[in-house]
Design a binder for this molecule. Structure first.
Ligand code: FE
Ligand code: CA
Length: 538
């Protein structure tokens, strides 16, 4: 179960956030007075603790909500008066940020409110864990600093445990390489009135960015010219992405559940091992900085805050009796990629049962989750479980980074689901910059291996530039992977409605992301019925 962070308190009796028991609204001056006693909270010496209200509009990185529970949702913002300046243009000091949740968009009926402190220590981000909300309800929220008000966000709580739920509208997205194109897919997300959006990895890319391509000439931080290695550069990178108005609109439209993949840290990292095989001690310092910046910038609870290079992100979200989503971390605990990474035939190394993509503890947690009585059981994670083989027989090669390079993990997870008689196993992933709909099987070279579920990989929001309906890689996968039922290499995302009788997904794509303002269309609709993993394509 998801555990919440502790209340942050200052002084003896002042809670810094509202909640079911403490909903008093703190005045700004009361807070600032209390701050003098709490240097450990602000990360600056008590003598220097002072409130600094930015004269300029400080909500340029937007607002977000996330990790919905039946009685709680996280509200997020991060102050920056200039997203492209060092430290987002913020001056050292503490900024009290008032937050409000209302039943209506005009804030005529405020349900709960409070004050949270934004500090340099956390990159001026705030994560408000609002409690005492009603299940399966829409709410509106905003933040106030001095005379400045943020845009209004919409969010929604999850249904009560076991509550009958007739329909869940959700989306999943991944891979939004800023320099590769515009985020118009998110404009479509924002107008889709969703219950929840899953972001499954590659929220940022760590590479040095050249001033060329789709976003040539667009404002960016100085640090964008170098690969992100340290905390402030990762913070800058998130600010650059968050300044995108379509991404901000998507966040403001619905709660997000986010996890990370490789590029939030370093391409194809595995546990303590970097892409370039740096000294693991050095890499862990980098990982700590990358994790801190990820936590600061995601609408996740305070209890996900990393401790040095460690951050426990795998967690589960239930929506009444309809569905469980197990959100995974397949980077932090994995064995190094087999056969030197890249593409390779499966062999004794990929099948080695001592290797793992989840780590033993998370694997057991996934298996335990399969005992859930929910109608549907989703794994929401990073890389494809299915083999995306190119070529047949002697020419057959698969990726060493996704689960095809960790066959024993696939066997243990899919066998575990079967052994428990798990209802309607489904996998939603990203990573591959193409939409792929495939059957989940224990073994893909054994044609009688039963189908145990359905996997739908979303394409990228922008990574890979414009793309095409069919490209050479897609054709090779279609040839080498008969269990793949659909592929499309354009940019976009997946939008779905889930009911007790079916899982219906729309493959939403754009003809181009190299220019802004392109329309989003449905390239295919994929329906999976309750009770059997059959893929119907329209
Ligand atoms: Fe990616
Ligand atoms: Ca990736």
């Amino acid at each position: 179960m998801v555990r919440r962070g502790n209340d942050v308190s200052i002084g003896r009796d002042i809670s810094l956030r509202g909640g079911s028991t403490r909903r008093q609204f703190l005045t700004w001056s009361a807070l600032v007075g209390a701050l003098a006693f709490t240097p450990e909270l602000t990360g600056i010496p008590a003598a220097n603790a002072q409130s600094v209200v930015p004269p300029d509009f400080p909500f340029r990185l937007g607002v977000a909500s996330g990790d919905p529970l039946p009685d709680s949702v996280v509200l997020w913002t991060r102050l920056a008066t200039d997203p492209f300046a060092p430290l987002g243009g913020m001056n050292p000091g503490v900024v009290p940020v008032q937050w409000q949740i209302a039943a209506d968009e005009k804030f005529g009926r405020i349900v709960t409110q409070g004050v949270e402190l934004a500090t340099k220590f956390d990159g001026w981000s705030v994560h408000v864990d609002v409690e005492g909300l009603e299940p399966a309800r829409e709410y509106f929220y905003r933040f106030l600093v001095g005379a400045h008000a943020s845009t209004v966000g919409r969010t929604k709580t999850a249904p009560a445990p076991g509550q009958s739920l007739g329909r869940l509208d959700f989306a999943w997205a991944s891979c939004q390489k800023w320099e590769d194109g515009f985020f118009d897919a998110y404009k479509d997300v924002a107008s889709s009135n969703l219950d929840v959006v899953f972001f499954l990895g590659d929220y940022i890319y760590e590479y040095a960015i050249k001033d060329e391509g789709a976003r040539a000439g667009k404002a960016r931080p100085d640090s964008a010219a170098r690969e992100t290695m340290v905390l402030n550069d990762y913070r800058d990178r998130y600010a650059m992405y968050k300044a995108d108005e379509n991404l901000a609109a998507a966040h403001a439209s619905a709660p997000f559940v986010t996890t990370f993949d490789d590029h939030e840290v370093d391409n194809n990292w595995a546990s303590q091992i970097s892409q370039d095989d740096d000294d693991p001690k050095q890499f862990l310092l980098r990982r700590a900085d990358a994790f801190k910046a990820w936590w600061e910038n995601m609408p996740v609870r305070a209890n996900l805050r990393p401790s040095g290079p460690d951050m426990k992100v795998y967690r589960r979200f239930s929506f009444g009796d309809l569905v469980d989503f197990s959100v995974l971390d397949t980077r932090q605990y994995r064995s190094d990629q087999a056969n030197g990474d890249g593409e390779h035939a499966q062999n004794a190394e990929t099948a080695d049962p001592s290797r793992t993509i989840t780590g033993a503890e998370q694997e057991q947690w996934i298996l335990d989750g399969f005992s859930s009585p929910s109608k549907w059981n989703f794994l929401a994670h990073q890389t494809v479980i299915s083999d995306l083989a190119r070529g047949l027989d002697a020419d057959r090669k698969v990726g060493m980074d996704p689960w095809s390079g960790y066959e024993a993990s696939r066997h243990r997870i899919l066998d575990g689901a079967r052994d428990r008689g798990t209802n309607n196993v489904a996998s939603i992933v990203g990573d591959i910059h193409r939409t792929i709909v495939s059957e989940l099987r224990r073994d893909y070279q054994d044609q009688v291996s039963p189908v145990v579920g359905v996997e739908i990989a979303t394409t990228s929001i922008a990574s890979g530039k414009d793309g095409a309906d069919v490209d050479t890689t897609g054709a090779a996968i279609a040839h080498g992977s008969p269990h793949v039922k659909f592929g499309n290499a354009r940019r976009g995302y997946l939008r779905a409605s889930l009911t007790p009788s079916e899982w219906r997904s729309e493959v939403r794509v754009l003809d181009a992301v190299s220019t802004p303002g392109n329309a989003v269309r449905t390239a295919a609709t994929v329906t999976v019925p309750d009770g059997s993993p059959e893929i119907d394509l329209r």
